[in-house]
Design a protein around this ligand. Structure first.
Ligand code: F6R
Length: 608
C-alpha cells in the first residue's frame, strides 16, 4: 500500500524524504510527492509514475525546508495521475496531508464541503480530509487533525504539516501502520521501519486511534479526545545491510537465495530434538489450553493463505485436529462458527494486511484464542494477537513473497510439532520430523546451486501467455503458489489446480502450446500423479515436472524435469516451491518485467 514519511529536524527535508520514499517504493509506486515548509510557505512537488519522475522534477530545484512529508502511492480513489498524487493541501493552501488507507465516508464529507464553497483538484478521499482539517483549523494543527479524524470513518495513517506552525508535524493512525522514529533533535514518522534505520533505531509503534505530535525535541502521543498515552520506545535490531540488495540483480532473487538462512532462522531455538517436539513460548498457551482446542481456523491472504493450506495437511495428519483454512477477506464478513475452543491462526508476512487483521479481530470478538505467524516485528497483527511466533525470515522487500512462504510453512511445522506431541505424535515420529526439518536448509542450498538449469527451462517452456500448475496432496497448495508467482511478476496467465481435478474441466485447455508444470515428488500419491501426467501427455501437453531424484518413471514421461532431494512427504513443499519461485523469476526477467515492483501490486495490502 502507500508509503508515508514525515520529517522534522535540523536537516534539509527534501533529500531525506526522497531517500525514504526510495526505501518504501515497494509499498506503492504509481505516483509520488513531497511537501516541505520553508520561509515562503508550502512547497509541494508531485509526479505520476515511478519515484524517479519526481526525483527528475525536483533535481536542480530542491525545495528547501526542515519539516516535510512524502508519499508513494498505490491508487484507491482516482487514477494514478499527478493531481491525485499526495500530498494534498486544504482550501487555503496552508496545510499539506499524506494518507495511507481509505476514508469510507469521504463522499458525504466532500458533498458537505462543496456546499460550503470548497473546490477540489483531485478525485481522492485524501484531499477531502485535507480540506476538512483546514476548515477546522483555528490555530492548533493538533486539535484540527483530532477534530477532523473524529468525523471520518475508515482506515488511515496520515501525516500533516501547516505553514502556521512550522515547528510541528502531526501524525495519526487507524488501521494503517505508522512508526515514529526518535533521533537526536529530529523526529520521523513512516509506514514502516525501512526508511528510519539509517537515522535511528529507537521507535514507537502507534496503535489505532492514536495521534503523535512531533517537534524537533519532543513528542507526545494522545488519542482523538484529549487523553495522553504513554508509549514504550522500542529498539530495532536489524540493520540496513539486511534490506539492501547485496549484489543481487533483484530483491526477489536475493530473497529466494536467502532461504537456507531464513528457514534456519525460523527454526532456530525452537526444536527440542530429545523430546521430539518444539518450544513455541510466544504462543502463550499452556498444555491444557492446547489440549482443549477443538478446531483450528487458519486465516490469511495470497501466498500466506497458500502456506496455511499446507499447515492444514500437517496439523490434521500429525496433530489430528480439524483445520479449516479461510481467506481472511471472506472470513471477516461471514458468520463463522467460532468459540473459546477454536484456535484462530493468522499468517502474514507484513503483519499489516487489513483483511487478515480484521479476520483476527472478528475471531477474538467471538471468543477465539488468536495467534499470529508474522514476519515483521512490531507489526499490528503481531501486537494484537494473544500469542504467536515471529518468522525471523528478515525483511522481505520484493513484492512477490518468497522466503516468507518457506518460513511460514516452517512455523506451521513448529506448531504441528507442539500440538501434535500433546495428542497423537509419538516421540519417534517427532524426532524424525525434526531431523527432516533441520536438513531442509542444506537441501535448499543444493537446489539453489542448480539455478542455471531453471534459467534454461524458463526459456524453453514459458513462451506463450498461459500455464497450468498441477499438484496433489500437500503439493496442491504449491501448485497454487507456483501459478501465483508466475502470474504476478511475469503477467502470464497461470492456474494452479489439484492434478486429478484437471479432467473435470481444465483438460480442455491442454495442447502442444500449454506448458503444464507438475509438482510430483515421490510421496504417497506418486502413482496417482504419474497417471495425471500420462493424461496430459496423451493430449499433446508439454510437461515440466518437479520430481524426486532418480525418478525414472517421471523422467521417461515428462518433457523435462527438475529434481529435488528426498524429505518427508509433508515437508516437500519447502523444497518443491523453490524451483517454482526461480522459474517465475527467470521468466519475468526474460520478458523484461519489473520483478520487484510488478504492476498494480503493493507489498503490504492495508486496505480491504
Ligand atoms: C504474493 C504476495 C501476496 C501476499 C498477501 C498477504 O507474492 O506477496 O499474495 O502474500 O498480500 O500478505 P501478508 O503475508 O503480508 O499478509
Amino acid at each position: 500500500m502507500c508509503g508515508i514519511v514525515g520529517y522534522i529536524g535540523p536537516k534539509q527535508a527534501t533529500t531525506l524524504l526522497l531517500e525514504a520514499l526510495r526505501r518504501m517504493e515497494y509499498r506503492g509506486y504509481d505516483s509520488a510527492g513531497i511537501a516541505v515548509i520553508n520561509g515562503t510557505g508550502l512547497k509541494v512537488r508531485k509526479a505520476a509514475g515511478k519515484l524517479s519522475n519526481l526525483e527528475k522534477q525536483v533535481a536542480g530545484d530542491l525545495p528547501r525546508g526542515t519539516v516535510g512529508i512524502g508519499h508513494t502511492r498505490w491508487a484507491t480513489h482516482g487514477a494514478p495521475t499527478t493531481p491525485n498524487a499526495h500530498p494534498h493541501t486544504d482550501q487555503s493552501g496552508r496545510i499539506a496531508l499524506i494518507h495511507n488507507g481509505i476514508i469510507e465516508n469521504s463522499g458525504s464529507i466532500r458533498k458537505a464541503l462543496l456546499k460550503r464553497g470548497h473546490t477540489f483538484t483531485s478525485e481522492t478521499d485524501t484531499e477531502v480530509l485535507a480540506h476538512l482539517v483546514g476548515e477546522l483549523y483555528q490555530g492548533s494543527l493538533e486539535e484540527a487533525v483530532a477534530a477532523a479524524l473524529r468525523e471520518v470513518d475508515g482506515a488511515y495513517g496520515i501525516a500533516v504539516i501547516c505553514t502556521e506552525e512550522p515547528d510541528v508535524l502531526v501524525a495519526a493512525r487507524n488501521g494503517s501502520p505508522l512508526i515514529v522514529g526518535i533521533g537526536e533533535s529530529e523526529r520521523f514518522v513512516a509506514s514502516d521501519a525501512s526508511p528510519l534505520l539509517e537515522h535511528t533505531r529507537s521507535v514507537i509503534y502507534l496503535d489505532d486511534g492514536e495521534m503523535v505530535i512531533l517537534t524537533r525535541d519532543g513528542y507526545r502521543v494522545r488519542d482523538l479526545e484529549v487523553k495522553h498515552i504513554d508509549k514504550p520506545v522500542n529498539q530495532i535490531d536489524w540493520d540496513l545491510a539486511t534490506i539492501e540488495r547485496g549484489g543481487y540483480e533483484h530483491f526477489m532473487l536475493k530473497e529466494i537465495c536467502e532461504q537456507p538462512e531464513s528457514l534456519a532462522n525460523t527454526l532456530r531455538g525452537h526444536l527440542l530434538e530429545d523430546e521430539g517436539t518444539a518450544r513455541v513460548a510466544g504462543l502463550n498457551l499452556t498444555d491444557d489450553e492446547l489440549m482443549s482446542v477443538e478446531r483450528i481456523i487458519i486465516t490469511a491472504c495470497g501466498t500466506s493463505w497458500h502456506s496455511g493450506l499446507i499447515g492444514e495437511y500437517m496439523l490434521e495428519e500429525l496433530a489430528r485436529v480439524p483445520v479449516e483454512v479461510e481467506y481472511a477477506s471472506e472470513f471477516r464478513y461471514r458468520n463463522p462458527v467460532v468459540n473459546d475452543r477454536t484456535l484462530v491462526v493468522g499468517i502474514s508476512q507484513s503483519g499489516e494486511t487489513a483483511d487478515t487483521l480484521a479476520a483476527l479481530r472478528e475471531a477474538r470478538r467471538r471468543g477465539a484464542r488468536t495467534i499470529g505467524l508474522v514476519n515483521v516485528v512490531g507489526s499490528t497483527i503481531a501486537r494484537e494477537v494473544d500469542g504467536g511466533t515471529y518468522l525471523h525470515a528478515g525483511p522481505e522487500v520484493g513484492v512477490a513473497s518468497t522466503k516468507a512462504f518457506t518460513s511460514q510453512v516452517a512455523a506451521l511445522a513448529l506448531l504441528t510439532l507442539r500440538i501434535g506431541r500433546l495428542r497423537n505424535l509419538s516421540i519417534l515420529q517427532g524426532r524424525q520430523f525434526i531431523q527432516a526439518l533441520t536438513s531442509l536448509p542444506a537441501q535448499i542450498e543444493q537446489i539453489l546451486s542448480r539455478t542455471d538449469e531453471l534459467k534454461v527451462l524458463a526459456e524453453r517452456f514459458f513462451t506463450g501467455n498461459n500455464a497450468l500448475y498441477l499438484g496433489r496432496g500437500v503439493n496442491f497448495p504449491v501448485a497454487l503458489e507456483g501459478a501465483l508467482k508466475l502470474k504476478e511478476i511475469s503477467y502470464i496467465h497461470a492456474e494452479g489446480y489439484p492434478a486429478a481435478e484437471m479432467k473435470h474441466g481444465p483438460i480442455a485447455l491442454i495442447d502442444e502450446n500449454m506448458p503444464v508444470v507438475f509438482i510430483a515428488p515421490r510421496d504417497a500419491v506418486h502413482s496417482k500423479i504419474v497417471s495425471n501426467i500420462e493424461e496430459v501427455k496423451a493430449r499433446g501437453g508439454k510437461v515440466l515436472a518437479i520430481c524426486s531424484e532418480h525418478d525414472t518413471e517421471i523422467e521417461r514421461l515428462a518433457d523435462a524435469t527438475f529434481t529435488i532431494p528426498q524429505t518427508l512427504d509433508l515437508l516437500t513443499p519447502m523444497l518443491t516451491v523453490v524451483p517454482l519461485q526461480l522459474l517465475s523469476y527467470y521468466v519475468a526477467v526474460r520478458r523484461g518485467c519489473n520483478v520487484d515492483q510488478p504492476r498494480n501490486l503493493a507489498k503490504s495490502v492495508t486496505v480491504e
